[in-house]
Write a protein that binds this ligand. Sequence first.
Ligand code: GLN
Length: 547
Amino acid sequence: MTKHIFVTGGVASSLGKGLTAASLGRLLKQRGLRVVIQKLDPYINVDPGTLNPFEHGEVFVTDDGGETDLDLGHYERFIDENLTRDSNATTGSIYSTVLAAERRGDYLGRTVQVIPHITDEIKRRISALASDDIDVVITEVGGTVGDIEILPFLEAIRQFRLDVGRDNVCYVHVTLVPYIAPSGEHKTKPTQHSVIELRSRGIQPDAIVCRSDEPIGDNLARKIANLSSVPAEAVVNAPDASSLYEIPLVIHEEGLDDVICDLLRIDAGPPDLTEWIELNRKVEAATSPVRVGLIGKYVSLVDAYLSVVESLKHAGIQLGADVEIDWIQAEDVEGLLTEDRLRKLDGIVIPGGFGERGVEGKIAAAGYARENDVPCLGLCLGLQCMTIEYGRNVLGLDRAHSSEFEPSTPHPVIDLMDSQRDVTDLGGTMRLGAYVAQLQPGSQVAKMYGEEVVSERHRHRYEFNPRYRSQYAGTDFVCSGESPDGRLVEFIELKNHPFWVATQAHPEFKSRPTRPAPLFLGFMEAALQRAEGRNPQLLAVDATIDA
Ligand code: GLN
């Protein structure tokens, strides 16, 4: 019988509920259990694909092309398993299913209501993950207890325990224990209130994870236990950690996984944390400074590039590099070309994006990196900008552009494929999810991957325009990876440059802390080399700036 753990949040959002769920997943996996994690999101969008990254952070793409919540990225990185689109359900997608069934007449004339029809569909989504080869399903309920939108989800998870039996379900509540500076104390009242709110929906938490800035101490934990009717050992404290990779070790130290295994009557030995402890050791040992410029459009919300940043960290950890990210607003790049800010960079990443704003800055950054031998990694839109840059400035293709941004360009080096042109539903034209690429033997990318057939996840509409392949051929610009039928360009690289490499895919979605994505590893190696070899003149400039 598959066991279910439901993770809810109280008091405030952004407490790291997703990381708690992910960490718990890792601990259970290390006990030999087969774990899957899912996020239920109370918002009405059918999926996060259309959400502004400014507002909601990055859209995480799964192998099967699901456009999902960024918490799925934490789950995949922590449990080191590929998830599917089924691991994310929003209110919108649940209503869509119910409404489609209603239109088909499946409800036989009955009144369709939140209870039982919406709640039944939520329960169906939860059960759908509990296949024979899964021991534990962890379900994170997005939002905070007390939100209006969350009510059907709480009702569904309350009923779920009745449906599958007491010993097969447990509820973990993640709350905030704030520090009130004037009184010099951590306060339990918000946690008490959020537990009361949860109970008013019929859910008694089995365990409480108290998030705090500093450790709260046993007395407060006991007080929370008493007031919440939770055994003392089931109140665990997770103070802010210096690295998110510490979280599994912290909550294990606090005994959360033991408590949960007891509650769910899971008979599994202690977790084997060797690999995870080694990871944390490497994090501490990663001290060689490397400065990477991330040329972004959404730099004011770092979550918009969460997987890219994580992938850079993974590569840094592996190579002993302490990665510092300089968040550069793409529109500012042209004004910075002669400034020290760019000269101080050991590498440049041009990430993905949609919409015209900032594109010229990204193209300028690609040119700067090319001319100054700065390692440069292009991801999706990054590949497109690097292709445009080379077309304009080396091949002399006047005003070369992507037809996404300049429909009347004389040289659409990036364009829609003919097959996509007539599709009116933009959603239908996206290339989403895992696609295989064939790498050129002996190329830089083939060396990085160590194999010639690779699969990466995609999320884009535009492609390198095949009509321009011949103009790039025979130059230093090499199309070093293609779709198996040879029609689509998947990877590019530049001869006679330390690292000027890009992919039409998003390799950041497959990087794991213990298995960095090959392209990021190659990029970081080149950036480290540059950092180590930075010429003394430049270091002198650094010194004056810092002084
Ligand atoms: N806007 C570009 C396209 O749709 C790139 C998308 C991306 O970077 N994810 O092709």
